[in-house]
Write a protein that binds this ligand. Structure first.
Ligand code: HEC
Length: 200
């Protein structure tokens, strides 16, 4: 490389530097304008947006059910239901229990065991199973009748036998829940009554 080419390269470097220089000058040290490549900047912006969404989603804000207060309330509620289930199991038919607890724990059992699939979310009935909220019954309306139909089912008509799926106490609990919580609850879209009206 001749001296001339070195000189001319130095010159063009100098030109580049001047071209990219910002006005920032710190004790003679100059700052170059050297922005990050577009793709790096883009990833950086995406991480910022992601972190905001993530924070709100995970830590919540009052009202979205994920903030501390709602989390606490959900946990306490779940605990109350568990407590009611245990008391119900200990007492059998739940006759002496707080009806609110019977209904809370019963609703959970009713949903967990899949009764909703054939009898609707509120027991209103659907095109598979009958309405459990009216006062008409195909299989009788006494506690014993209801326990019997849940225990033995009626496979030929599409009602699952639950004796191998639930304990006797759980079945009693559900029967109590149906009598105390579902019958007379007037849900939306009730299925037309079937069977005999209960005269008890
Ligand atoms: C796969 C669908 C299905 C599931 C799941 C189901 N049922 Fe049924 N259930 C039926 C059908 C169908 C009948 C009507 C049987 C008949 O015609 O006698 C019925 C009848 C009943 C009856 C008697 C109603 C009457 O009028 O005599 C009760 C009580 C009952 N089910 C409770 C429950 C409970 C509690 C659960 C959940 C543990 C449940 N069922 C889950 C389909 C189902």
């Amino acid at each position: 490389m001749t001296q001339e080419t070195i000189n001319s390269e130095e010159k063009s470097n100098k030109g580049d530097i001047e071209e990219h220089q910002t006005n920032h000058d710190y004790d003679g040290i100059k700052e170059l304008n050297n922005p990050a490549p577009f793709w790096i900047a883009l990833i950086f912006i995406i991480t910022i947006v992601f972190s905001m969404v993530y924070t709100i989603h995970n830590f919540g804000f009052p009202g979205n059910g994920r903030d501390q207060v709602s989390e606490y309330e959900t946990k306490v509620e779940a605990f109350e239901i568990k407590k009611a289930e245990m008391r119900m199991a200990a007492m059998g038919d739940g006759a002496e229990l707080d009806p609110v607890l019977v209904i809370k724990a019963g609703t959970k059992l009713y949903t967990d065991k899949g009764c909703t699939v054939c009898h609707g979310n509120q027991g209103e009935g659907n095109n598979i199973g009958p309405n459990l909220t009216d006062n008409n019954w195909i299989n009788g309306c006494s506690m014993d009748n209801i326990i019997e139909i849940i225990t033995e089912g009626k496979p030929q008509k599409g009602m699952t036998p639950y004796k191998s799926i639930m304990t006797e106490d759980q079945i009693k609990h559900l029967a109590t829940f149906i009598k105390q919580g579902l019958v007379g609850s007037n849900p939306n879209n009730p299925k037309a009554p079937q069977g005999e009206e209960c005269t008890d």
